[in-house]
Structures are given as structure tokens and as C-alpha cells.
Design a protein around this ligand. Sequence first.
Ligand code: ADP
Ligand code: MG
Length: 355
Amino acid sequence: MSIKQLDTETINKIAAGEIIISPINCIKELIENSIDAKATQIDLTIQNNGFKIIKIQDNGSGISKENFPLLCKRFTTSKIQTFNDLQRIETFGFRGEALSSICNISHLKIITKTEEEPFAYECEFDSNGNVISEKPIAGNTGTLFIINDLFYNVPSRLKSLTVKDELKKIIDCVSKYAINNKGISFSLKRIEDNKMLYNCKEDSSINDRIRLLINSSINKFLLDFECEEDLELGLVSCKGVITNLSYSNELNGNKKSNSYGTNAPIFFINNRLIDCEALKKALLSTYNSFLPKTASRPFIYLSLFIKPENVDVNVHPTKKEVFFINENEIIENICDSLREILQKQDVSRTFKTHT
Ligand code: ADP
Ligand code: MG
């Protein structure tokens, strides 16, 4: 058999499948784009758990009309210019692949307005990212993305995804970004029944945002967490919010800590939402040394800042993992701080039960 170069359309569709695996990846990319555009308000609406419609409205910078022809093309970005820029990246985006991928596997329309332009523009794209229609309309500064019929042309993907699981993941994702982005309002609404699934105001506190995700009784168990910087290791800061030992005890045996079963630790590294199995294991085992085996999981939210030159963000297609130097030592430092906080708790708990 002879080797042949695939045509661009096929290449793009294969690549898109790696970046947009399910509606949640699409939502994450869009939220990150809105934050990159300096939005202070992000409103999402979904139908059929994102499979039928995903709409996201922000009040960010907007996109100027001249950028429409390149907006949804592959590897087109306003965020970096050379590979070296990746070393000091401050935006979420850098590959210019999200919008082209979304375009490839859905019907995409945007309405956007910049501060400078007198009108908003409504613009539709075909699956190759070409502009198919464009017209001026009334609108406020910011951008609305409307994604219809995700995976309409990838039937195998549609079959393999269960619509039910997706909702949990969407609520989870929106709330995590809300928790880590104080100063931005977030809302998530379901079109079918007009149900508000998550809603926090611009000025609501981190604890309020956590309460909305977990439940209202969590408030009194929340503790601020901080681990000292260690610039030699590259750890610039590590702050967060965790639950105390009574929280876990109070919910003894109840592993499901909220109605959506969200209880995995939340980690952000340099503002990126990431999975870090090693950090998760270490923290949970630190907690476990203070808690009975049957205790339910604590709530943990940590935001780490690591020297950007020590972090490689380009290791995973959905950017859900990052590499960072001195990982083990940094994790040890964080666990030491956690142990200290829990020890103090433990002492006061013992004291209470004895009096
Ligand atoms: P990346 O984020 O990696 O640059 P994307 O495909 O996600 O790639 O977006 C392409 C470009 O579109 C961005 O670089 C940005 O200039 C613009 N853009 C996307 N979403 C928004 C938005 N909500 N507001 C303003 N500009 C946006
Ligand atoms: Mg992006």
C-alpha cells in the first residue's frame, strides 16, 4: 500500500477529536477564552447537557471584525508568537486550536463587539473555519459563542458518550473556575427547564462559591490554607481552602459530599485547572492519618503558583496535566503545612472532647 498525505479536512477532524473529547472540553476552552479576554461576567446556557446547544456570553474584549477570517482556523492565536513565548505564558490559550476544533465538529455562530466598533457582528462559520455569513447587529461589548449540535458529524463519539455523566462534569467545571476566579461572575443555566445550575456574583467570596458547589453546611468547616513560598524549589505561592477534621467526621460514612458527588480535590497550577494524582494522593493520605478509615473525603481547593519557567503546560491535548520541576519536594512542603494545620485542629478537638 502506498503512503499518502491526508487531506486537510481529515487532518483537522482527527486533531479536533483529541481536543474536544466531550462537551466539557468545549466548555472549558470557551471559559478560558473568556477569562483570557478579561471578562468579569461569564454566562453559560446548555441544552441536552451541551450536546444540543452550548452558549457562552462574556463581557470581555470582543473580537474585531478583521479577525473573523482567521478566528476559527487552525493554529491561529493572538496569544503567542513564538515557541519561546510559552515559557512565560500568562494566558490559558496558546495553540489556537480550540475554536478551529469546535468548528470542525459543530455548527458555530458568534456575536461579538469590541469597545471601538459601533456595532456588534454576527458571524457564522463552516466546518473548515471559513466565514459563511457576517452581518452587523446591535449588541454590547463582549462575545457570545453559540455551539449547536456538537459531534453531529462524529456519530461514533456521540454513541460513546453518556449524556447523564456529562452534566455533573459541566457543573463541576464551571464551579471550579468560579472558585478560582474571584471577581468574575459565573452562571450556568439549563434551557429545557430554565434551571439555574450554578450562579455566583462578581463579588461573592471563595467560600460562597465553594458552598454553591458542595452544600450550604460546608461553610462552618472551611479553613484557609497556606503553604510558605519556596523560591528555590520554584514554589511562588500556594493558597487555598480546605475542610477541617470535623467536616469529615460529621459526614462520617457519607462518601457523597454533595448532590453531584463532587469530592475530588481541586487544583489549579498557575491558574490552570489540572489533575495532579501525586498531590491528591499525598494530601488525602495526610488527612487519613488524622481521620478514621470510614471518614468521608475532605474538601480541598489549592491554587499553586510555580515559576513559569519550571512548568511545561504543553504535555496534554486538553491541557489537563502539566509537568513541573521539583514536584516531589513541593508536594512534601504542602503536606507538611497541611499536617501542621490539622495537628492544631486535632489538639483542639481532643481538648473539646475531654472537657
Ligand atoms: P487560543 O486561545 O489558543 O489563542 P482559540 O482557538 O481558543 O485559541 O482562540 C483563538 C483566538 O480567538 C484567541 O487567540 C483570541 O484572540 C480569540 N478569542 C477566542 N475567544 C474569545 C473571547 N471570548 N473573547 C475575545 N477573543 C476571543
Ligand atoms: Mg483558547
